[in-house]
Write a protein that binds this ligand. Structure first.
Ligand code: NAP
Length: 253
């Protein structure tokens, strides 16, 4: 029997890549995408078979969704919306939707997911978060006064203390660029932000993050690891980069 993986944030920009890649490339896992909006899911996917629709603010929705699952991939996030563009030297202003603030989505919503996973006997949670969490004064925390990185880190601590195996990926700035064409770099504690290697941008294509998430599903060396993830700029000879994933995850201490 196939193992079951629940993927939340399935209609998000990284979540949809994880779902599509797993549906196409990986036959070992039964994929259960979890999303808020059936309409959005129907626009993105050719079929919404096996989808579960619900809200991570509802523990009941998550109790249903996690039933019988072996692994949970958390790709939900509060999404800041620009409410006024930059004007005459003033920076843009952001806010969050009702019931969409970081305290709700990134703390209560993630805690709900971890609690529901624990109740369902899920053995491994893979969570995509963000670099920058070591600095409470990070500019992202000021967006809509949401303290988004602070709430995300609080949920990560909750996961680490939950007793469930975890893989926590702190991604750099996410790019909608082709994956597989850049060398991946792993780091710790925001060291790339204070000291980027060769001053490269601290970013990574969403597809490369999705690939690491998928490799973490089956790799024993990915368990109980927290790491920062960025990529080098795209190689000029356009070759696809392949990885020894055991080495990749083993190097992370
Ligand atoms: P995204 O497109 O913003 O997707 C977020 C997902 O969360 C969406 O699918 C959204 O649903 C879902 N969601 C929000 N509230 C929900 C709720 N109450 N119930 C159910 N689902 C809910 O994500 P992304 O930009 O690919 O980012 C993935 C992760 O990487 C996030 O944790 C993000 O913070 C992190 N990250 C982002 C950046 C960056 O540059 N943007 C950099 C580093 C790390 P809908 O689809 O219905 O809106």
């Amino acid at each position: 029997m196939k193992k079951k993986v629940l993927i939340t944030g399935a209609t998000g920009r990284t979540g949809l890549l994880v779902v599509k890649k797993l549906q196409i490339e990986n036959n070992d896992w039964q994929v259960i995408p979890f999303a808020k909006s059936p309409t959005k899911a129907e626009e993105i996917f050719t079929s919404t078979e096996n989808f579960i629709f619900g809200n991570i603010l509802s523990f009941e929705d998550l109790t249903i969704a996690t039933q019988g699952c072996d692994t949970l991939i958390i790709l939900t996030s509060a999404v800041p919306k620009m409410i006024s563009p930059p004007f005459e030297g003033k920076p843009p202003e952001f806010d969050f939707e009702d019931r969409g603030k970081p305290e709700e989505v990134d703390w209560i919503g993630q805690k709900n997911q971890i609690d529901a996973a624990k109740q369902a006997g899920i053995k491994h949670i893979i969570l995509v978060g963000s670099m920058g969490g070591t600095n409470d004064n990070h500019p992202l925390n000021r967006l809509g006064n949401g303290n988004i990185l602070i709430w995300k880190r609080k949920a990560e601590e909750y996961l680490i203390n939950s007793g469930i195996d975890y893989t926590i990926i702190h991604a750099g700035g996410l790019l909608d660029k082709p994956d597989g064409k850049r060398e991946l770099l792993v780091g710790k504690n925001d060291e790339f932000l204070t000291n980027p290697p060769n001053n490269i941008p601290t970013s990574i294509p969403r597809g490369d993050v999705a690939n690491v998430v998928i490799e973490a599903l089956d790799n024993p060396f990915a368990k109980n690891k927290v790491f920062d993830l960025i990529s080098k700029p795209e190689s000029e000879n356009n070759t696809l980069i392949t990885y020894d994933w055991n080495n990749f995850f083993q190097q992370i201490t």
